[in-house]
Design a protein around this ligand. Structure first.
Ligand SMILES: *Cc1c(COP(=O)(O)O)cnc(C)c1O
Length: 428
């Protein structure tokens, strides 16, 4: 283990960098020399390959006009499917079980509209009280569309400590009344990974369908959705997958559900060869592609071509391995350098439960984040007291992590945060 040979010196960080098999990928990203970016779990950085694939798509539009749909470097008509094929291994799926379409919240609406079918006394949706608000708003509105009660028909599993969820508590809430379960793969604040395999098995043992929001995990570590028999999943591609602001999201539908009529149907869910027959009867694709709605946002798909190529080359297992080393190293430094400064590590230390970011709690978190920014470190603040720091395997190095902790230490010793107010900005 790293811990055995841990040293708090910059030389040690450079030693770790010299051993890093993925180090070369850093050169493919736009990294500012005076900025240390620790926010790749909110918006990944631009790579030169993603930039290139955007330009390629623009060139095809410039040169081909409408024919870009079927000709050119990346025919747009098949681009969502091509990208699904490139990324399916990130979630442990067959290519036809994934489609790159919509956005996280829209895809949740699609999947809930499809798989939430309240019957008899099985009418409730199970989620959790720590989940991302958009997921809750979407589920509440789905309940309203069924004429159900958004408060009493949405069960939110409670956290015992405000940070983590216990799988036993979730399982205990899987009663006869639950029709559908939607949970995060990783909690967006504490970075806790839920045991998806166990939760899926327990849900199915009770005849309940289960789906996961993978925003904070896809691109950070491997998944085995098909092996675990997850019913559906959805995620964004602009966080760990570096697809750029507002890039198109993804969804997964287990092949056993192929043929289920989409709750929100549209012509792009058609069988490809039937779509332009323009019939008024819907012939749905026999793949996850059936859950597409309308024309894909081609220019927001384009960066994913270059970005996914890098994930294919780096390999998700190597990415996970480096990510775990980066976060372990950061925790080691925090314990060594920031002891007795009022910080609490609020993420799981166990590798099986630790996602891709560190969640550092402090009562002055909002203004410590402002001081970090002033010192060239980009963190991510989550109210009321969390500093999220995400060292990203493809573009952060171990020396970045060392520097961030030294900067934090100086901020605390010099009380630099005191010149800022302790509240959040509009976008945090
Ligand atoms: C980022 C994030 C979202 C965002 O959804 P969009 O529809 O892309 O805005 C939703 N859920 C989780 C868990 C997230 O982390």
């Amino acid at each position: 283990m790293q811990k055995d040979r841990f040293q708090p010196t910059v030389e040690y960080s450079r030693l770790l960098d010299s051993e890093d098999e993925l180090a070369a990928f850093r050169n493919e990203f736009y990294i500012k020399p005076d900025v240390i970016y620790m926010d790749g779990n909110s918006l990944g950085l631009l790579s030169k390959r993603a930039e290139k694939s955007v330009i390629d798509v623009l060139e095809d539009w410039k040169g081909l006009g409408i024919d870009g749909w079927t000709e050119g470097k990346y025919p747009w008509f098949f681009l969502s499917e091509k990208l699904a094929e490139m990324s399916a291994n990130l979630v442990g799926a067959k290519p036809e079980e994934v489609i790159v379409t919509g956005s996280t919240t829209v895809n949740l609406h699609q999947l809930a509209a499809t798989f939430y079918q309240p019957k008899g006394n099985k009418t409730k949706i199970l989620a959790d009280e720590l989940t991302f608000p958009s997921d809750i708003y979407a589920l509440q509105s789905q309940l309203r569309l069924h004429g159900l009660n958004e408060e009493t028909d949405l069960i939110r599993v409670k956290s015992r400590d405000g940070r983590y969820l216990h799988e036993e508590d979730i399982i205990a809430a899987m009663t006869d009344e639950i029709a559908l379960i939607v949970l995060p793969t990783v909690l967006y604040r504490s970075g806790q990974i839920l045991d998806m395999k166990r939760l899926t098995a327990e849900a199915h043992a009770r005849g309940i369908l289960i789906g996961f929001d993978g925003c904070h995990s896809v691109g950070a570590f491997p998944h085995s959705f098909s092996e675990w028999d997850v019913d559906f999943a959805f995620w964004c591609n602009y966080k760990h997958l570096n697809g750029g602001p507002g890039s198109v999201g993804s969804l997964y539908v287990n092949r056993k559900h192929f043929g289920t009529l989409p709750g929100l149907a549209g012509w792009f869910g058609s069988k490809k060869e039937k779509q332009f027959d323009m019939e008024h009867s819907f012939t749905q694709a026999n793949t996850a592609g059936a859950f597409q709605i309308g024309t894909p946002h081609v220019l927001s798909l384009a960066p994913l071509i270059g970005s996914f190529e890098m994930f294919q080359e780096a390999g998700i297992n190597r990415i996970r391995e480096k990510s775990l080393k980066l976060t372990q190293y950061m925790m080691d430094l925090i314990e060594y350098d920031l002891d007795a400064m009022g910080f609490t590590i609020g993420n799981p230390k166990d590798e099986r439960q630790r996602g891709g970011h560190i969640s550092l709690e402090h009562k002055e978190a909002a203004r410590i984040c402002k001081a970090l920014k002033e010192n060239g470190v980009i963190p991510d603040y989550r109210a009321p007291n969390i500093i999220r720091l995400a060292p990203i395997a493809l573009y952060n190095c171990f020396e970045d992590v060392w520097k961030v902790v030294q900067i934090l230490k100086t901020i605390m010793i010099e009380k630099q945060f005191e010149k800022f107010s302790n509240d959040r900005n509009v976008v945090a």
